[in-house]
Ligand binder design. Structure first.
Ligand code: FAD
Length: 420
């Protein structure tokens, strides 16, 4: 059987492994963490949001970034210390402003396909991930931002999304717990939310039942061509003195989140993923009053760049902020507090005394589109760089990369007939 090594067991790696196992490949997934979905796919915003597929490549994003540089609680924050990685990423980001329209329409189309694929996986494998299909509501506080959003809505509709404008009265009818004053909003009934960590772990268990091997605590250090495929060299995490171990595979798929740029460089490719840091809080809703006071419908506050997802009865996830600060994962109090304050403003009766803070690094490419498909060398593939939409897009990109692999490697190795 053709053996494929998948590097990374986040949402992209596990969906890729599943798509390959379904096609009959022998698959090994390697990850440096002890369990699947422990890095960016751990506690994100939870939104399966075709409605949030507008790419950020706009002059207004750059202007906001500059204005906000001095505000510690700003939704977008840039560490001014220059680095070649950050500068090259920014330059490419600016160049992609020219492709804003086409990239937005392409992303919404991908998100619609992904949603169908993800729901199909969950149903086939019986995965409980606190799925809520109550839609996503964007709100705007003033006329100017609402009118700008009307133009974005036209693009999302061009990509095939059903999404419509709502009045302040309709906002309150859709989500009665919202307490703020709003000019208007847009509602996407078909969008959904769920717990990315629960889903990824559930799908990893399904993969294991199908014969996929997971090698955890495995810090991959080298990927070198050899024996008609690739030798993947790894060491057990925290045991740098142990002898390196090697796994031989016919092909490799890089799904390593923010580490994908490093692996691409090893393999002669340039995949300019930058780690764009974000934070979430998980508000534990322990009383019936707090549960009633928290929203069931998912919210997106465009001005504050904050999203919410209700995960089961007892948890409300609130996430946001984008920080350009390298691979720093520190949880900063001054970045968490705005999420808590926002929750109290919008949902005054939600208790915020049991809040769990988290930070994660979005693996983001300058054009905001994931890198999916083959690399320069035969047998090298990528499914990575999903940025702020990895949960939303992975269902589709896993299928795309599996198709690209199938075009070059049959699941069964062909053997020449023996000479008589
Ligand atoms: C605050 C926040 C909110 C978000 N909200 C949403 C949302 O609402 N909706 C949405 O669609 N997306 C959202 N996202 C984005 C989404 O979470 C990510 O795009 C997605 O989780 C990325 O998945 P991944 O598999 O690419 O990366 P990861 O989940 O990080 O997986 C990469 C894996 O590679 C492994 N790895 C790396 N290096 C090595 C190595 N050397 N050896 C072995 N293994 C290695 C890591 O251990 C990790 O498990 C959000 C992100 C953040 C930070």
């Amino acid at each position: 059987m053709t053996h494929i090594a998948v590097i990374g067991a986040g949402i992209t790696g596990v969906t890729t492994a599943y798509a390959l196992a379904q096609r009959g490949y022998r698959v090994t997934v390697l990850d440096r963490q002890r369990y699947a979905a422990m890095e960016t796919s751990f506690a994100n915003g939870g939104q399966l949001s075709a409605c949030n597929t507008e790419v950020w490549n706009k002059l207004s994003t750059v202007l906001h970034g500059v204005q906000w540089m001095m505000r510690r609680d700003a939704p977008l924050l840039m560490n001014p210390t220059p680095s070649w990685h950050k500068l090259s990423w920014m330059a490419e980001f600016m160049r992609e402003i020219a492709h804003y329209r086409q990239n937005t329409v392409a992303t919404v189309r991908l998100a619609l396909k992904a949603r169908t694929a993800l729901f199909a996986m969950a149903e086939a494998e019986g995965i409980d991930f606190d799925l809520k299909t109550r839609g996503i509501l964007h709100f705007y506080r003033d006329r100017a931002s609402f009118e700008k959003a009307t133009d974005v809505n036209a693009l999302l509709r061009e990509g095939g999304l059903e999404r419509y404008a709502v009045t302040p009265e309709e906002i309150r009818a859709i989500e009665p717990t919202l307490a703020g004053r709003y000019h208007g909003g847009f509602f996407t009934p078909s969008d959904a939310t769920g717990d990315i960590h629960k889903f990824t772990r559930g799908l990893a268990a399904a993969c294991a039942r199908k014969g996929v091997r997971f090698v955890q605590d495995a810090d991959v250090a080298t990927i070198a061509p050899g024996e008609g495929g690739y030798a993947v060299g790894w060491r057990q995490t925290g045991h740098a003195t142990d002898a390196p171990q090697v796994l031989q595979a016919d092909a490799v798929v890089i799904c390593a989140g923010c580490a994908s740029r490093h692996f691409a460089a090893l393999l002669g490719d340039r995949v300019n993923v930058y780690p764009v840091k974000g934070y979430s809080i998980t508000v534990n809703l322990l009383t019936p009053e707090a549960q009633r006071a928290a929203p069931e419908v998912s919210i997106l506050d465009e001005a504050a760049k904050i999203v919410t997802s209700r995960l089961g009865d007892e948890r409300l996830r609130v996430a946001g902020t984008a920080e350009f600060n390298g691979f720093n994962r520190d949880i900063r109090h001054d970045r968490i507090q705005p999420l808590v304050d926002w929750t109290r403003e919008q949902f005054p009766s939600v208790d915020t005394d049991r809040v769990v803070a988290w930070s994660g690094l979005r693996p983001m490419l300058p054009n905001m589109l994931p890198k999916v498909g083959r690399g320069r060398r035969p047998g090298v593939f990528y499914n990575t760089g999903h940025g702020h939409l990895g949960w939303t897009l992975s269902g589709a990109t896993a299928e795309l990369v599996a198709e690209a692999i199938a075009a070059e490697h049959a699941p069964e190795r062909t053997t020449l007939p023996l000479a008589a």
